[in-house]
Design a protein around this ligand. Structure first.
Ligand code: PHE
Length: 454
């Protein structure tokens, strides 16, 4: 029996689910530390440009492919092109879903674990950053801690995806996203009210161009993909549950806006406290697990702040993880005729198993290295620096050159007739960005990230 394919029950349901996918560890864990490492405001400026001229145009294209075909990435490319080359590009997205979720789940598991630590008040045992750093190392060195929380996180993700598009993903996002937003605003006000917080604000908003290098530009563009969940079919899959009455460009703009504003607010929360307590903004990936906890112990209301912070981080990770699992599930449901429940159980478990060596990279497998990278870093590198940019490049090329632009125009206008009537410049501008800017810039970034441009 053919089952009716689900759709979002409301426009806001899609926006919140897609924003939930975009807003994740990338915004709260990664963005602040890469901004910190690359000099703050000037880097943020470049990042905003990348989002606007590449992120947004490609996002519109990706959602559009999904909405037009109402299919998973493999099925979508197959339907529009009839070629197995393009189906394989969709397949690359499904593989990226497995890969990203396996290491993403590990960091998300740490967030859950840190939520427990913050409730227990463990950070108050330390007075030095080095102590919290050791605490982090001893937690991640514990095989059961890492794998246990990975399992708990994956299980939670699976429950939501198991419940389906409307009852699981949409309902979950409608509850979790407002909670996330409120927690973040509370944290921002606490951060700004701290003495010395203004140094953090100037670090974030007053550019010092001296610190910007070519490398910063590459980091900014790479991150633009990761943070918008672009290039692996997550937005395509979510777009496939959208109705033809919805306005794709406006939805994409709203998603980009929410994602960007949340990254910046997260930056404010983190750098106001980092500067108020004289910590190093360029502490790197450990910034929120190894630096921030000491900050909590030194600020008024730190106990509550720490609990809210790690709750926020876990929620953000969860709404992204469900979109990663959904890509894999949608493929097996649409293309292979699986039932959703079975697909969630089987592939959720396989992804958990793939996550195990990622978690073990921090303890028993720390010496196992390929190309100088441990398993965790290797999967992260392959997914974030190869599969996503390549996927984004192909999406831009497909929409700009292969699909047939007359058809693209017709389908993009569905649900957005008034917008394009009123602003006639929009369509040709989008076309130029998608056909030329995006592919060329992404290609340059791709070459340099795999080391060909030194
Ligand atoms: N956008 C998510 C984040 O910023 C990560 C993600 C990437 C999710 C790709 C889905 C697909 O954390």
């Amino acid at each position: 029996m053919e089952q009716q394919r689900e759709q979002w029950s409301s426009k806001i349901g899609f926006i919140l689910a897609a924003a939930g996918s975009a807003i994740g560890l990338g915004n709260i864990w990664k963005f602040p530390y890469i901004a910190g490492e690359n000099g703050g405001a000037a880097f943020i400026f470049i990042y905003l440009i990348c989002i606007a001229i590449i992120g947004l145009p490609v996002l519109i294209g990706e959602i559009l492919i999904g909405r037009t075909t109402q299919l998973n990435p493999v099925g979508a490319f197959k339907k529009l092109s009839g070629s197995s080359f393009w189906s394989a590009i969709g397949g690359m997205g499904v593989i990226a879903g497995f890969a990203i979720l396996s290491f993403y789940g590990v960091v998300a598991g740490w967030s859950m674990g840190y939520f427990v630590e913050s409730v227990r008040g463990s950070f108050f045992d330390y007075t030095e950053v080095s102590g919290v750093g050791e605490h982090f190392n001893s937690l991640t060195a514990n095989v059961f801690w890492g794998i246990g929380f990975l399992a708990l996180f994956m299980f939670t993700t699976m429950i939501i995806v198991y419940a389906g598009v409307q009852k699981g993903i949409e309902r979950g996002s409608k509850i979790l996203m407002p909670v996330l937003f409120i927690i973040l605003l509370i944290l921002m006000f606490i951060g700004i009210s701290l003495e010395g917080s203004s140094k953090g604000l100037s670090f974030l908003f007053e550019p010092d161009w001296g610190n910007v290098t070519g490398h910063s530009v590459l980091v900014a563009l790479g991150h633009a993909f990761f943070t918008l969940s672009l290039g692996m079919g997550a937005m395509m899959t979510y777009g496939s549950y959208m109705s033809k009455k919805d306005n794709v460009p406006v939805a994409a703009l709203q998603i980009v806006f929410l994602d960007t504003i949340i990254a910046i607010i997260a930056g404010v929360c983190i750098f106001t406290v980092v500067f108020a307590t004289n910590q190093d903004p360029a502490a790197g990936p450990g910034l929120i697990f190894q630096t921030l906890p000491i900050v909590f112990t030194q600020m008024p209301g730190g106990y509550l702040f720490s609990i809210l912070f790690f709750l926020l981080l876990t929620i953000a990770a969860l709404t992204s993880a469900i979109s990663l699992l959904e890509v894999v599930v949608a493929y097996f449901v649409d293309e292979r005729g699986w039932n959703r429940h079975r697909a969630v159980i089987v592939f959720g478990s396989i992804i958990f198993l793939l996550g195990v060596p990622c978690a073990l990279s921090y303890n028993v497998m720390s010496d196992v290295k390929l190309f100088g990278l441990n398993f965790f870093d290797l999967i992260d590198f392959i997914a974030s620096n190869i599969l996503l940019p390549l996927g984004g490049l192909f999406i831009a090329v497909f929409v700009g050159w292969v699909w047939g632009f007359d058809k693209v125009v017709v389908t993009l206008k569905e649900g957005a007739e008034k917008l394009f009537e009123k602003h006639a410049w929009l369509m040709p501008t989008w076309k130029i960005f998608l056909k030329y800017f995006a592919p060329i810039l992404i290609f340059i970034v791709f070459l340099s990230s795999i080391g060909l441009l030194g």
